[in-house]
Design a protein around this ligand. Structure first.
Ligand code: ADP
Ligand code: MG
Length: 876
């Protein structure tokens, strides 16, 4: 809008403002104007309308102030301030308003007055008077401009003008609650109706757009009772019919003589070329349903494509220019991104494919940036307080490595060096260690934990199940057995304390004896400085638990291995220097934080065997530094992977039987059932009975599924590990995260339904001992030979498979639908490494300059980050 007009409007607003202020000062006695307020107001309103001030504002002022002379003082006292507030609001918005070039004229507001709810602006809003505004609203010019005061982006749709009441439920079903939601409800796809053709050039079977005039409209019933509307249209080159079925309401809008645009597929009807149920709209300079890239929105309930498109169009027209841009201009320029208003308009109604690309790029960048700022802030928080450096005890480390029955692989050495460097710094480590199943993460973690112990601190490692915890305790106990930690301050003291108890107090002596059982290495037998490892799980007896907790609190245990029990509130450490979380995907950020709080800023290491593509890792675990063990220890048994068609199942059974006869064991994984644990468990039960009675009647089978209690699962896994059962039938939800070196066959039913990463995880459960191992994947025959299935046969590299998976299935399915924890990305594609990297860099730059986002140019960004991360997502 031009500046002159704006100035005129501002002055006009100010004039009435001054009058009302004077009236207020004078105590509402009507003395502000000699000629009386009523006459002045009438003139003022008329001029205001001529100047283009919003009818809404004018209407509300009229409601407030007409017949002023007749109002009692009480009424004046409430109405004048309200009118003033509306004036001030409009004035401010007009003055500061964004109204970028091309925006409709400013000066609209006033809806303020009657919309009490509007969140952010609400404080300054007058309460909410004035009925009769319905009419004023209708008169408001369609492309009304300035923010409707009192209406904000977060205004619920039921309070937004122009949203049909009967749409509200359907919109809600789509998760659309506010104006902003609607603005960010992006098309699912676009129909390309850009190329218009003359009628005589239309081709059968193609999708075309024509501009033509309605010649004739006819309606009839088909034999089957369907309503059929046939419309003949004409352009300079010929005539054509368009046919719609069961849309009788079209009769009201399609009238003879009307210029229309029609887009749709050219079919034939009774031997003539015909447009079949085309999209159409009156020919206009702004087409939204035809003749362009037409957005196709996700719908629900009674929403129809056209209604939805119109609703979005109106919303975009009114609001796109009013969304505060979270990106500081410097970032936008540096990254070469469109401004937000343009991006929002173009993603809904793109001018051309290139605009769509730019719009998407901008909006995807925003999503990545919000995520990156969130995770980086978390990292900063984590590292805000100083950590305690744990310098490497080289002598001890050398002895540890020398005692190992194997040499570390190159990848293990590299990662161990990373870890040791991390923990030697006065900043708490937060690192994610990725490594395929069996790549040897435990020994690396143990070495780092040992350094904590060498520095007089405690270390803890948390595993998702009791058996895994037991396995760790045994492994780590073995790894550190016989190692003497020189100069560990508390070592000998503890032994002495133990001796004292024995002499002093029989109760304490009992306690010490108990402790000896709990703590891997008995304090009195071990030389001073021996590393003491203990196992803390939920199934310890109450008294044992109590005493172990006491020992941990007293610093009599160096390395605590445990399950969730570790992070329970009553477990306190004397001095926790390092915390390790194994199988990170089972634990979320919350657990991480709980473990963190057990120490004074302990160094944190999280480990996962699920290879995560880098982009996903940056998103889900962007607050962690990433280390990768990408090499397997030498001498691993190769696992041969074979696909079989379902019809060949018997061969798989024969093979399993043969292996079992040779003394080996096998897993059978039942198909994935998405609906529920319950159905899945039921299916597994059935399969188990079938196998036990019909296929392997002479073998010992067992069953594992997700509806079993924790202890029950543990018991079954233990029995399998100890060779008591030969074939374990299991649902996929139950992860069999444990070493069973004697198991050599992994058979997966319905393998086509799993992601490659998941299949790879299953496969990793065998081949852990000295015997050659096999993975048999059963799939429908048409899936056999597909790229996906070939990929897993041919590659053993979990990361490569993860990348393929992500590419083929997208992030939602990457982890299986039940546990993604993925933030909701509407536009961003995780495969877009470059944009993600760009966002990461910009996030780092922004936070380096303004860690708390407290500078004014980051205010909107800060608010958006907060909103994004409060969507109830729990990134783990
Ligand atoms: P994961 O990374 O899956 O946790 P583990 O730490 O359980 O793997 O290691 C798997 C097995 O490999 C263990 O039995 C471990 O002793 C063995 N291992 C680890 N590193 C090596 C190595 N460098 N050479 C040979 N065997 C190793
Ligand atoms: Mg492991």
């Amino acid at each position: 809008m031009d500046d002159e007009r704006k100035t005129q409007q501002l002055n006009h607003l100010a004039a009435l403002g001054r009058v009302l202020s004077a009236e207020e000062k004078a105590g509402f006695d009507g003395s502000a104007l000699p000629e009386g307020l009523g006459a002045y107001l009438r003139d003022w309103l008329r001029q205001g309308r001529d100047m283009g001030l919003s009818l809404d504002l004018l209407g509300s002022l009229a409601d407030q102030l007409s017949n002023y002379s007749l109002l009692v003082r009480e009424a004046r006292r409430t109405r004048v301030p309200k009118a003033l507030a509306a004036l001030r609001q409009t004035y401010r918005e007009l003055r500061d308003g964004p109204a970028p070039a091309g925006e409709p004229p400013a000066g609209a507001p006033a809806r303020a007055a009657k919309r009490p709810a509007a969140p952010p602006a609400a404080k300054e809003e007058p309460a909410a008077p004035a009925p009769a505004r319905k009419k004023a609203a209708a008169r408001t010019p369609r492309r009304s401009p300035a923010p409707l005061p009192g209406l904000a982006l977060d205004t619920p749709l039921e309070q937004a003008p122009g949203v049909r009441f009967d749409y509200l439920r359907s919109l809600k079903k789509l998760g659309l609650e506010t104006i902003r939601d609607l603005l960010y409800h992006f098309p699912r796809r676009y129909d390309d109706y850009t190329s218009t053709r003359p009628i005589h050039a239309l081709m059968y079977g193609s999708t075309e757009t024509i501009v033509a005039t309605v010649d004739h409209v006819e309606t009839r019933r088909s034999a089957g009772g369907r309503n059929i509307i046939t419309v003949r249209v004409r352009d300079d080159t010929g005539t054509l019919s368009a046919v719609w079925f069961n849309q009788p309401f079209l009769l009201k809008s399609l009238r003879v003589g009307m210029r229309v645009v029609l887009s749709g597929r050219v079919g034939q009807y009774r031997g003539r070329l015909t447009l079949e149920s085309p999209e159409w709209e009156p020919y206009d300079d702004e087409l939204i349903h035809t003749g362009r890239l037409v957005p196709v929105y996700p719908l629900s309930g009674n929403l129809r494509p056209r209604g939805m498109r119109r609703l979005v169009k109106r919303t975009v027209d009114t609001w796109a220019g009013r969304v505060p841009d979270p990106l500081p201009p410097t970032v936008r320029e540096r990254a070469g991104l469109w401004d937000l208003a343009q991006a929002l308009r173009q993603i809904h109604f793109p001018d051309d494919p290139e605009s769509l690309v730019q719009a998407r790029r901008r909006l995807a960048f925003d999503e990545f940036l919000l995520i990156q700022i969130g995770v980086l802030q978390r990292k900063r928080e984590w590292q805000a307080e100083p950590g305690r450096p744990l310098p490497t005890d080289h002598d001890l480390l050398a002895r540890f490595l020398a005692d190992l029955p194997f040499a570390l692989t190159g990848a293990q050495q590299r990662v161990l060096e990373q870890l040791l460097t991390d923990i030697a710094r006065p900043v708490p480590m937060s690192r994610l260690l990725q490594g395929d199943v069996g790549s040897g993460k435990t020994v690396v973690a143990a070495a780092a934990m040992l350094m904590a112990v060498a520095n007089g601190k405690q270390a803890a490692i948390m595993a998702p199940t009791e058996i895994l915890a037991e396995q760790h305790e045994r492994t780590i106990g073995r790894l550190v057995a016989g190692l003497e930690v020189a100069g560990r301050p508390s070592a000998s003291a503890v032994t002495t304390v133990g001796e004292e108890w024995k002499e002093e107090d029989p109760a304490r002596a009992r306690r010490l004896a108990e402790l000896k059982k709990l703590v891997g290495v008995a304090a009195d037998k071990a030389p001073a400085g021996q590393v003491r490892v203990a196992l803390l799980t939920g199934s310890l007896k109450a008294r044992q638990k109590r005493e172990l907790r006491q020992a941990i609190a007293d610093g009599q245990v160096d390395i605590v291995v445990g399950t969730h029990a570790l992070i329970q509130e009553d477990v306190a450490f004397a001095d926790l220097g390092m915390a390790v979380i194994d199988e990170q995907h089972r634990f979320g950020v919350v657990q991480r934080q709980q473990l963190h709080q057990k120490g004074f800023n302990p160094h944190l290491l999280v480990m996962t065997a699920t290879p995560i593509p880098r982009t996903l890792a940056l998103t889900l675990h962007g607050d962690l530094d990433v280390g990768i063990i990408d090499e397997m220890p030498p001498g691993r048994q190769p696992i041969s992977t074979r696909w079989l068609a379902n019809a060949e199942r018997q061969r798989a059974y024969d093979f399993i039987r043969k292996q079992v006869q040779e003394g080996r064991q096998a897993f059978v994984i039942c198909p994935l059932v998405e609906e529920s644990d319950k159905i899945e468990a039921a299916a597994a039960v059935e399969e188990f009975h079938r196998l036990q009675s019909e296929v392997f009647a002479d073998l010992k089978l067992d069953l594992l599924h997700g509806r079993m209690s924790g202890p029950e699962k543990e018991r079954i896994m233990r029995a399998f590990r100890d060779g008591e059962t030969q074939v374990l039938v299991s649902t996929p939800v139950v992860e069999v995260g444990i070493d069973v070196p004697n198991a050599t066959v992994m058979m997966v039913e319905g393998a086509e339904r799993f992601g490659l990463s998941q299949l790879h995880q299953f496969r990793g459960r065998v081949g852990r001992g000295e015997h050659a191992s096999y993975c048999i994947l059963l799939a429908t025959s048409d899936e056999l030979g597909s790229e996906r299935l070939k990929a897993i046969e041919e590659t053993e590299d979990g990361f490569a498979l993860a990348e393929i998976d992500l590419e083929l299935r997208g992030p939602g399915e990457f982890f299986g639908t039940r546990q993604s924890g993925m933030p909701d990305l509407k536009v961003a594609k995780l495969g877009d490494t470059r944009l993600l990297d760009l966002a990461r860099r910009e996030a780092e730059a922004i936070l380096a300059d303004d860690p708390a986002l407290s500078k004014p140019q980051h205010a909107v960004l800060k608010e958006r980050v907060a909103a994004f991360w409060s969507q109830g997502m729990e990134v783990s």
